[in-house]
Design a protein around this ligand. Structure first.
Ligand SMILES: [Mg+2]
Length: 150
């Protein structure tokens, strides 16, 4: 029955199922472009415009925070929003896709200009997070790691 109601087909970006947590029902991203593809495309965009002189780390950080503000604006005054954004119009969803992309593009360029290899850094940080929050200890709890006792 769930399949009949929820099956949106195999196309990436459409298989969203609000309120479910099983891996088989998870929303998934397209495999491409990679983070490195995105870094390279943004580097080309910046080079072609001779904008590297403006794109120092601090400026990129501030630009990214500005874009986070633009994401926040889309959620402002809406109250709690359910997973999958069931009540949003197509145009609101597209706006959100644009602003999240702006945040991500600046994040990737900031990491590049700071010489942080972001995909590898994410792997290292996730390993640390797993150590800090062992699933057996924290399952279903939102406590901070400092509140846990061994
Ligand atoms: Mg924007």
């Amino acid at each position: 029955l769930m399949e009949a109601i929820c099956d949106n087909g195999p196309v990436n970006g459409t298989a969203s199922h609000a309120g479910t947590s099983g891996e088989e029902n998870r929303f998934t991203f397209s495999p491409e472009p990679s983070v490195e593809d995105i870094r390279r495309m943004q580097a080309e965009f910046t080079d072609e415009r001779d904008w590297n002189k403006f794109h120092q780390p601090r400026n990129l950080l501030l630009a990214m925070v500005g874009e986070v503000g633009e994401v926040s604006e889309l959620f402002q005054w809406k109250g709690e929003v359910a997973e999958g954004l069931p009540d949003w119009s197509d145009s609101e969803r597209e706006q959100l896709a644009h602003e999240l992309s702006d945040v991500f593009i600046y994040l990737v360029e900031l990491a590049e200009k700071c010489r942080v290899d972001l995909p590898q850094a994410v792997l290292r940080k996730m390993a640390l997070n797993r150590l800090k929050y062992p699933a057996s200890k924290v399952h279903g709890s939102a406590k901070k790691y400092t509140e846990y006792k061994d």
